[in-house]
Ligand binder design. Structure first.
Ligand code: HEM
Length: 95
């Protein structure tokens, strides 16, 4: 059919030892079923595009700022006299 969506299998292998290995694993843990159901063949909106990544990227950056900010408050001293020493301390002694 012309409109049929082409879908790739999990690890696009259809024969050989890798295919058999996948079958062996799938018989025990349904890895391919999970991958296809949750990722590869999961229906996404038709208008989904590159720009929709920016919300998640923004969230990732925000979380990173919060986490590294907390780490800074633990050891960094933002004053003219103590800043350099505290950076040296962070570089050398913080574990
Ligand atoms: C801390 C700031 C923010 C974070 C972490 C954030 C995160 C997200 C995420 C993860 C999504 C879903 C994925 C996407 O569409 O990218 C989203 C969607 C959206 N966000 Fe934000 N957002 C933030 C601020 C804002 C602001 C300030 C506005 C507008 C003034 C806004 C407007 C929207 C809209 C309209 C959508 C829906 C887009 C659509 O599905 O068509 N967001 N946001």
């Amino acid at each position: 059919m012309e409109n049929e969506i082409k879908r790739r299998d999990f690890i696009g292998v259809t024969s050989g030892w890798l295919h058999m290995l996948r079958g062996w694993i799938d018989a025990r843990v349904p890895m391919s079923k999970f991958w296809n159901g949750q990722v590869a063949q999961y229906d996404a909106p038709k208008n989904l595009n590159f720009w929709y990544f920016f919300g998640s990227i923004g969230l990732l950056i925000l979380v990173n700022q919060v986490v590294t900010g907390i780490l800074h408050t633990m050891n960094y001293q933002p004053s003219a006299t103590k800043a350099f020493a505290s950076v040296q301390y962070i570089m050398r002694d913080v574990e």
